[in-house]
Design a protein. Structure first.
Ligand SMILES: Nc1ncnc2c1ncn2[C@@H]1O[C@H](COP(=O)(O)OP(=O)(O)OP(=O)(O)O)[C@@H](O)[C@H]1O
Ligand SMILES: [Mg+2]
Lengths: 271, 288
């Protein structure tokens, strides 16, 4: 269980995450929604400890992860895979080396620096790439891939970390609908089949509704909604997205992720 | 055109001028500033000409001798020393190569200490940065004079001189490349539990490697030129031969040597362009 208590992150005068307390059960798939600047990315970065919170605590299965240093910090980060909107691959390295980056914290630094990876680890990387249907591109340089392909490589990189939590920061915001659906389905299957807890920042309500069991709404750094996705009603949406005086139209937060089989989808995208 | 229309147009113009004064030529204060800048420029120009004794008569008289020298340059002749000259030229190229190689290797390590995102400690970083500035602020010619005293006449002094001054330049350039490195990939390595060294190795080095290679190759080119000059102060190579011929007024051989140098620089330029294309773009293959 991931327990967050009174988490606060401040940048100068700007409070990005304001007194957030949350408890997320093992194996849940949670969508975090909110307007731009609501603090969604900052929250995820604090959980991974990529950014240090100003105050508050985070614990995983009762063990504190805030304030860790050195080896124990990196052990937590390895348990807590991260997926970014811009994929954040190393463009000049090939796909398999990028995936192997997820193994760094398991390995001897000197060997890693010389790019010596064990045969078993390479096999593991290839198998994971197969799972996201990218094994055929293993030796291609990352900057030659399309966005959707890069995101799948990034997911493979997070998976070889053998994480217990996966944090995805708007994983589909720069993808076309078809690739977006593919990525969301992979995330969902990781959650269902591997029992990995998934926290996913999303910009589109319909995606959040479809793939997540639970939705957390953030506004101005605070949590303003926390409940089951099918219970999310217009009033809560107004709190999350709308200014009070403006009527909220759900359509503006939705994209058209193609439903059903591909032939029903009028858009044909180059993958 | 009616008078009314004309008046309306004038009023419109006046309104525009009030709203966008900058768009209608310079203001009075700008004109004064411009005049002052030109006045200052001419004052400095005439003062420098007078102070350095640059005068038309001297240039005119000099032209006469320049003509004689220019005539002597043609046709270029090796003076029967071609093998010797070739050897000296190779010595200069080798000097440039070794010097640049030493400088790049040292700079590849030192540069990290000058980058904000690697060494946040301000005072320490500043002292590293200032020492880079010192090394490159002193010309390699001066370093050559120092090293000739220290290690004696010959190419070793030249190699050390080139290396010393380029360590400063390359470290500074590399440090700046590190500071402007893309943060996204660094974040990803950190988020996955990579330690400091691994962040540098996989988050930074792949990004700055092209900068390192391009600059090292460029330095090699430019050092081939510097190496010929270093010879003149006793650091060996083709420069020594050149100054020797100039002193003896053997202008035909001087022009021969100059042509050799230009040819060598040209060849190195071609090789380095080829290597850059191969190594850096590498047909989108992974390099390191
Ligand atoms: N490194 C930083 N330095 C200063 N301010 C920051 C930094 N990172 C985030 N912020 C600020 O914190 C607030 C929350 O940002 P955050 O990126 O978490 O929002 P978000 O909900 O992810 O928005 P989006 O949906 O646009 O990604 C913003 O006001 C932002 O300007
Ligand atoms: Mg964000």
């Amino acid at each position: 269980m991931l327990a967050i208590e009174n988490l606060k992150k401040q940048f100068g005068q700007n409070v990005a995450v304001d007194d957030v307390s949350l408890s997320i059960g093992t194996g849940e798939m949670v969508g975090i929604i909110g307007r731009s600047g609501a603090g969604k990315s900052t929250l995820l970065r604090c959980i991974n400890q990529l950014s240090e919170p100003t105050s508050g605590q985070i614990a995983w299965h009762g063990r504190r992860v805030t304030g860790l240093r050195g080896r124990s910090l990196r052990n937590w980060q390895r348990q807590c895979g991260m997926i970014f909107q811009q994929f954040n691959l190393v463009p000049r390295l090939d796909v398999i080396t990028n995936v192997l980056m997820g193994r760094l914290s398991y390995r001897n630094t000197i060997l890693s620096l010389m790019k010596v990876f064990a045969q078993e680890e390479r096999a593991m990387a290839i198998m994971t790439l197969e799972r996201v249907e990218m094994a055929a591109h293993a030796l291609q340089r990352a900057d030659t891939l399309s966005g959707g392909q890069q995101q799948r490589v990034a997911i493979a990189r997070a998976l070889v970390q053998e994480p217990s939590v996966l944090l995805a920061d708007e994983p589909i915001a720069s993808l076309d609908p078809r690739n977006a659906r593919k990525v969301m389905e992979i995330l969902r299957s990781i959650n269902m089949e591997d029992g990995i807890t998934v926290l996913c920042n999303l910009h589109t309500l319909d995606t959040a509704r479809r793939y997540c069991d639970r939705i957390i709404g953030m506004a101005a750094g605070k949590i303003v909604y926390d409940g089951l996705s099918h219970e999310l009603d217009l009033k809560s949406l107004q709190k999350i997205y709308g200014a009070e005086d403006q009527p909220f139209d759900e359509k503006i937060t939705s994209t058209s992720i193609p439903q059903g089989d591909d032939t029903a989808c009028p858009l044909t995208h180059v993958g | 055109m009616s008078l009314r229309k004309e008046a309306a147009r004038a009023e419109h113009m006046a309104g525009l001028k009030a709203a966008y004064p900058r768009a209608f030529g310079l203001s009075l204060s700008q004109k004064i500033r411009l005049t002052a800048i030109w006045a200052a420029f001419f004052t400095v120009l005439f003062f420098s000409l007078d102070y350095l004794g640059v005068g038309f008569t001297r240039i005119w008289n000099g032209l006469d001798r320049m003509g004689i020298i220019a005539g002597g340059l043609f046709p270029p002749r090796s003076g029967g020393a071609f093998p010797e000259l070739m050897g000296a030229l190779m010595e200069s190229v080798a000097m440039a190569f070794l010097g640049t190689l030493m400088a790049s290797l040292v700079a590849m390590v030192l540069c990290f200490s000058g980058a904000r995102n690697i060494l946040p400690a301000r005072i320490l970083r500043f002292s590293f940065r200032r020492s880079f500035d010192f090394l490159r602020g002193v010309d390699s010619l001066v370093w050559a004079l120092v090293y000739v005293r220290a290690v004696g006449l010959g190419p070793l002094a030249g190699v050390l001189a080139i290396a010393t001054s380029d360590v400063g330049t390359l470290s500074k350039l590399y440090a700046e490349a590190i500071e402007s490195a893309d943060k996204k990939q660094i974040d990803a390595i950190r988020a996955g539990g990579g330690n400091r060294l691994e962040v540098i190795r996989f988050g930074i080095i792949p990004q700055i490697l092209p900068v390192m290679l391009t600059n090292a190759l460029y330095m090699f080119e430019s050092n081939t030129r510097s190496a010929t000059i270093l010879g003149i102060v006793g650091a060996g190579g083709i420069g020594f031969q050149l100054s020797d011929r100039i002193r003896a007024h053997r202008w035909d051989e001087v022009s021969f040597i100059i042509i050799m140098i230009v040819g060598a620089v040209f060849v190195i330029d071609m090789i380095s362009r080829f290597l850059r294309a191969k190594l850096i773009h590498a047909g989108k293959r992974q390099v390191l």
